[in-house]
Design a protein around this ligand. Structure first.
Ligand SMILES: [Fe+2]
Length: 557
């Protein structure tokens, strides 16, 4: 109650600021227009991106930053409005321009551009670029979605957790070479901590970040990476944040590192603003004060629905006194919620209304039940859905009750590849499977890690619904047709050196209308032979898992 009163007071005080941001997101500015902009260096240093594709358009993104790491966070731009031209063509040489326009880049929003394009043909590939003064951006590739109920095939990449200081973005170099239609990014686009790493990619500014200028600089540093720029230029993205876009392990109004609620909400407002400025989100997702609307739905013809879920902003505080792993009764209290009850209702409505072949819940933390043997006692992870069992059960029950044809949860957060089957009743052996979950490992967070042969972890003994695990970096390629889904788990051999090999570690298939994953590929074939772990090895592996998912380790450097 104290928090909500504080929050209302803050929102009242910040109301003008919130309204002002929405006004700015509509293209307004208090600043004069720079009539004939001329730059001494190309201002498109942060690349281009697109997102939120529909049958007739998408949003195109860039941000002008001739000096991306400028200490004031303004990217080297003057406090003037710049009109940015954009073009969309059917060919990469721009011989056939089919749409063009001008969108203002304002100081209020860090000279970011969110240009909403409409009027394009459905289910087509397009190319886009920006121009200001004498300078032109890189060319990006994007596409529109099929008209419902069309669409025969969709290939997307699932990625998350890209700690810049912790490793090279080799996974993105690989992803940018693939024939993909879409990238789904489920959080930890930046890390807010001070980690400096060991490979010459030290965080800027070199401290934990709190202010709008701090967050803008951190995003600019991450977005300066050529592999990340190439991945954005390859396909439209659907993005959602997790905790590190604001602060490690934040929950609702609750900070995790000793800030007051008021200070934290000011920080959250700054973090959300910089997030919006840096992402290919539509203006309706512009934050209002310290709130941002990112839970939303995207469809791909009759083939797929993406229910994009926010598990941070509306969740109850952690159960069990803040322990990372616990099993106190509070975690099972159905009055507690991961999504907030309004978002739970919205999600259940979406399940009922969906008519697509595949329904993806795209979100952050592990959804599946994972009992972890901590010193002989079975524990659950409080930051994951296991810490909000009421929500875990209600969401699962909702898709079962709605008769969703093929439910699949897409997740990230825990810096390892996992594949699992989902149940309503995890306590009864043989209880029916009701869906599956694909958890993508990190792009770089946590450093190189190691392969687990033969793709299992000792906690599988207490969780027979878990199907695959390996602790390497990478992403997942998912291809869906009306008949089946195939998930290819891509892994990077080493993220501490540039350009390491990327290889397919495992593949799983889900057949239309069938519950449960079916493994169709297990590699690499030269992997060490499988054998029974000794008790000491088993214990060490479980302890390592607990350590790797605990607290600031997720900073990863
Ligand atoms: Fe992460």
């Amino acid at each position: 109650m104290a928090e909500s009163l504080t929050r209302r007071r803050l929102l009242g005080a910040a109301g003008a600021t919130g309204a002002w941001l929405a006004w700015a997101a509509a293209g307004n500015s208090a600043h004069a227009v720079w009539a004939k902009p001329r730059f001494t260096v190309n201002p498109f240093t942060l690349g281009v991106a697109s997102g939120e594709p529909t049958p007739d358009g998408m949003v195109l993104w860039t941000r002008l930053a001739p000096d991306p790491l400028a200490a004031d966070g303004a990217g080297g731009m003057p406090a003037q409005v710049v009109q940015v031209q954009w073009q969309v063509a059917t060919d990469p040489a721009f011989g056939y321009v089919v749409a063009a326009g001008t969108t203002p880049a304002t100081p209020e929003l860090g000279h970011s551009v969110h240009a909403e394009v409409t009027g394009l043909a459905a289910d087509r590939e397009y190319y886009y670029r920006f121009r200001v003064g004498a300078d032109t951006s890189a060319v990006g590739r994007t596409r529109t979605t099929p008209v419902t109920p069309g669409g025969s095939r969709l290939t997307f990449a699932l990625a998350c957790c890209q700690n810049y200081a912790a490793g090279y973005y080799t996974a993105y170099e690989h992803l940018a070479q693939q024939d993909i239609d879409l990238v789904v990014f489920v959080g930890d686009y930046i890390y807010e901590g001070p980690g400096q790493g060991s490979i010459g990619r030290a965080h800027q500014p070199p401290r934990e970040i709190f202010t709008l200028a701090d967050y803008r600089i951190r995003y600019a540093q991450y977005k300066s990476d050529p592999a990340l720029q190439a991945a954005h230029a390859r396909a439209p993205w659907l993005v959602v944040f997790d905790d590190h876009e604001v602060d490690n392990d934040w929950a609702g109004d609750q900070p995790s590192d000793g800030q007051t609620v008021e200070d934290f909400l000011r920080r959250r407002a700054a973090a959300f603003q910089a997030y919006y400025e840096s992402m290919p989100l539509r203006p309706f997702s512009a934050p209002v004060g310290d709130d941002i609307q990112v839970y939303r739905r995207a469809t791909w013809g009759g083939l797929a629905t993406f229910h994009i879920v926010d598990t941070r902003q509306y969740r109850d505080p952690y159960a069990c006194g803040g322990a990372e792993f616990s099993t106190c009764p509070e975690a099972f209290d159905p009055a507690r919620t991961m999504l907030g009850f309004a978002q739970e209702t919205w999600l259940a409505d979406g399940f009922r209304q969906s008519r697509t072949s595949w329904d993806f819940v795209a979100q952050q933390g592990a959804f599946v039940r994972r009992w972890v043997d901590q010193n002989g006692v079975l524990m659950l992870k409080m930051d994951a859905w296991d810490g909000y069992v009421g929500s875990q059960q209600r969401v699962t029950q909702a898709w079962v009750d709605a008769g969703v044809r093929n439910p699949v949860v897409l997740s990230g957060d825990i810096h390892a590849h996992w594949a699992s089957d989902l149940k309503l009743d995890y306590d009864t052996p043989g209880a029916p499977l009701v869906g599956s979950e694909l958890i993508a490992t990190s792009i770089s967070s946590g450093g190189t890690g190691r392969d687990h042969v033969p793709g299992v972890h000792p906690i599988f003994a207490d969780n027979p619904h878990l199907r695959f695990y390996t602790d390497l970096r990478g992403y997942i390629t998912v291809t869906v047709t009306p008949d089946r889904l195939q998930a290819d788990y891509q892994c990077v051999r080493d993220v501490m050196v540039p350009d390491a090999e990327v290889f397919r570690r495992a593949s799983f298939v889900i057949d239309d209308g069938v519950r449960g994953l079916r493994q169709t590929y297990d590699g690499p074939p030269a992997a060490a032979p499988a054998r029974e772990l000794t008790e000491a090895e088993r214990r060490a592996a479980i302890d390592a898992l607990i350590a790797s998912e605990t607290g600031d380790e997720q900073e990863g450097v």
